[in-house]
Design a protein around this ligand. Sequence first.
Ligand SMILES: NC(=O)CC[C@H](N)C(=O)O
Length: 303
Amino acid sequence: MDLQQILDDIATEVASLPDLGRVATYIPELADVDPGHFGLAIALPDGRVLTSGEADAPFSIQSVSKVFTLALALGRLGELLWHRVGREPSGHAFNSILQLEQEAGIPRNPFINAGAIVVTDAILEGRQPREVLGELLRFIRGATDDEDIRINDRVAASEQAHGHRNMALAQFMAAHGNLRNPVEMTCGTYFHQCAIEMSCRQLACAGRFLVGGPGMPRLIAPARVRRINALMMMCGHYDASGDFAFNVGLPAKSGVGGGILAIAPGRASIAVWSPGLNANGNSLRGTYAIKRLTEMTGWSVFG
Ligand SMILES: NC(=O)CC[C@H](N)C(=O)O
């Protein structure tokens, strides 16, 4: 199997797709990104990183950051985290408030916005946002083995200025006693973590710690790797997670910047970027690319 050929074929196929999807507009700073960008990278246990398309172009990782904050929160709080956030798929949009009311301010999982805000609140506890964001960047840079990863302050400010919905989620959880820090502080930190920029090459390298097995860095306990992968499979694409598992069969996390990090356990860390989104807020062409990759490689966890 010539993997490089597969990646090149996928880039060619993607370029001929009729639909680009639509970029997210609720964060104005992301609204002007050309939906036609496409990049793909895979990091392998032998140390090779194969790419096609614009694999070195930085993009806003947005909700993909939730994977890294979850790893940090589990390290800090361990099992206690699960008192404040659940582990079930939500079946609702990433920014929905519906279940929070019915379930007393405990979000369904750490990957919907409400859950990720709780996770950020948990790693903040007793510390300043600057410290926590520094820790997060150190973790990601270390995992990637690349210091050149930063937060785009304009994107963070843009989301902050229009973040009424996330603030509402946070206020609602505060009303239920599930937030320990001031809403502005937790949301401000969350907006900054979402505004981290990485290329597909960097993101694929950063995801290696979730692949497990020989050749991949061991940054967290294998039991946690398994659990984060389980959550990515069940919840990583919000209310389209079932569809993604059905079509692709890999644990993965998407972001509204158009990035997706997918893990082929024991085999590879995969990052794709194409900013045009489908109706569920997941990269349209990115989803297609990973689907084709699993079809061509047989890397679905379901065989
Ligand atoms: N799905 C996403 O990437 C959402 C992240 C975005 N920062 C938000 O909170 O709305």
